[in-house]
Design a protein around this ligand. Structure first.
Ligand code: BG6
Length: 453
């Protein structure tokens, strides 16, 4: 049993914003953004002066999906945002709202659409003077497909916006357990002293999905899982687990350490990477029948610094696997010797700390313990903590946290440009090492990864 004994809470003071959602009819907006905004509204975290402006070609009627008190906070602008008259309507609307708001308030633009479209849209919004010095923009990945395209993309963005105005989303950073990594490591005395090669044998990060490519086959087939998940979610998780302690609890201090970590990863070698593709992938509608795109990727990474030299980081992600499971497993070194009669050191349990991110968020620690009773009976004991037990059904969705942070102008859980470049620097050579992927059965645990054995 776990008991929350209270502590310090930083008050969240919502600020008034005008949040424009471009692509408001799309899958992401309907499935994630509006439900998250509704939750923020319900929890009193959407400032009473904030407005949501839904922009879409044909705006969807949300009546019936949400209660009226939330719907009255949403304005709709229908039409193609590339049409100048639609942008004029948007500009007039934003100006009128600004006039009506007695408090300092900003425009936040959420682009819930592919990056090639929002780049063009940003250009025209900028030419129309709708983007100003204080506008914040929220962008979804992909941020390029290699170093060259990511740099070109960033250069284009930076012609319009300062880095401080850009909020690049990686929804993994909004997950509670992922945020907790930071507190776990740097707010406790008992783990950080062990967080190094002297005490940790290896770290394994697994993102296993049961879903295949679903209705995104076209996008996925030209992208592959290295670009779709490894470059962002996996490396973000790794950098939070392995980075040095930031100098302060600020966005830039955190980003500095994350980038340093990614840059300290040694170039990957062919014998340390494995590409897989699930059987039947090539028959999925929208996939090239001769596709060599990977739906599974595993790599053994090494970090060249004092803390981690010699500790393998085994990362894998895959689609159409046996289970939905995302976790970070820290395996500690075993005891060097055993003082217990008849029990060799190798038989003592290996301490493991697992941060479970999905399907349930939580933590577990495996320790050696004595079983109650007269005999000397030792065994492995799992101490398991589920976040649900603290938050009940109120566990916030990742998008809720991230949307709130855009309104609070807090970039801590977003990705800075240099860490994207560092990730592509690491992964560009990997793309060139790609051979024919190993075919694995759908619903299996994926291909056998020889270097994980
Ligand atoms: C997205 C990827 O970023 O993350 C998808 O584009 C993937 O391919 C998804 O399925 C996984 O997210 P989650 O939160 O379900 O682990």
């Amino acid at each position: 049993m776990f008991r929350w004994r209270g502590g310090f809470c930083m008050e969240v003071m919502p600020l008034p914003v005008r949040l424009v959602v471009f692509g408001a009819n799309g899958d992401l907006a309907q499935r994630k953004l509006f439900p998250a905004l509704y939750q923020l509204h319900r929890r009193g975290l959407l400032h009473e002066r904030s407005r949501i402006i839904a922009c879409a070609r044909t705006a969807k009627d949300l009546t019936g999906l949400y209660p009226p008190d939330f719907l009255t906070r949403i304005d709709t602008i229908s039409g193609d945002s590339f049409d100048p008259s639609v942008r004029t309507a948007l500009k007039n609307h934003l100006d009128a709202l600004k006039q009506a708001c007695p408090l300092p308030s900003e425009n936040v633009f959420y682009f819930s659409m592919p990056s090639d479209i929002y780049m063009d849209l940003l250009d025209v919004l900028n030419s129309d003077g709708i983007i100003t010095e204080t506008t914040r923009v929220v962008l979804e990945k992909p941020f390029g497909s290699d170093l060259a395209s990511a740099s070109a993309f960033d250069n284009r963005l930076h012609r319009i916006l300062r880095e401080e105005q850009i909020f690049r989303i990686d929804h993994y950073l909004g997950k509670e357990t992922v945020q907790n990594l930071f507190f776990f490591r740097f707010a406790n005395r008992i783990f950080e002293p062990l967080w190094n090669r002297e005490h940790i044998e290896s770290i394994r990060i697994t993102v296993s999905e049961t879903l295949g490519v679903e209705n995104r086959a076209k996008y996925f087939d030209r992208t592959g899982i290295v670009r779709d998940m490894f470059q962002n979610h996996m490396l973000e998780l790794m950098s939070l687990v392995a980075m040095e302690k930031p100098a302060a609890f600020t966005a830039d201090a955190l980003h500095d350490e994350k980038v340093k970590l990614i840059r300290a990863i040694r170039p990957l070698k062919k014998e340390g990477i494995c590409f897989g593709q699930y059987a039947g992938y090539r028959e999925e509608p929208g996939v090239d029948p001769a596709s060599g795109t990977e739906t599974f990727f595993a790599a053994r990474l090494a970090v060249e610094n004092e803390r981690w030299r010699g500790v393998p980081f085994d990362l894998s992600c895959g689609k159409k696997l046996a289970e939905k499971r995302t976790e970070i497993e820290v395996r500690f070194r075993r005891q060097d010797e055993s003082i217990f009669p008849g029990i060799p050191a190798e038989a003592l349990v290996q301490n493991r700390l697992v941060f479970s991110i999905q399907p349930q968020e939580g933590l577990s620690l495996t320790i050696q313990a004595k079983h109650p009773g007269p005999k000397l009976c030792m065994g492995a004991l799992d101490m398991i903590f589920n976040y649900d037990s603290l938050s009940g059904e109120n566990m916030p969705d990742a998008y809720e946290r991230l949307l709130l942070d855009t309104m609070l102008n807090d970039r801590m859980l977003f990705i800075r440009s240099d860490s994207i470049r560092a990730a592509w620097e690491l992964l560009d050579p990997v793309q060139k090492m790609k051979g024919t992927p190993i075919i694995y059965e759908a619903g299996s645990t994926g291909p056998v990864v020889p270097f994980f054995r």
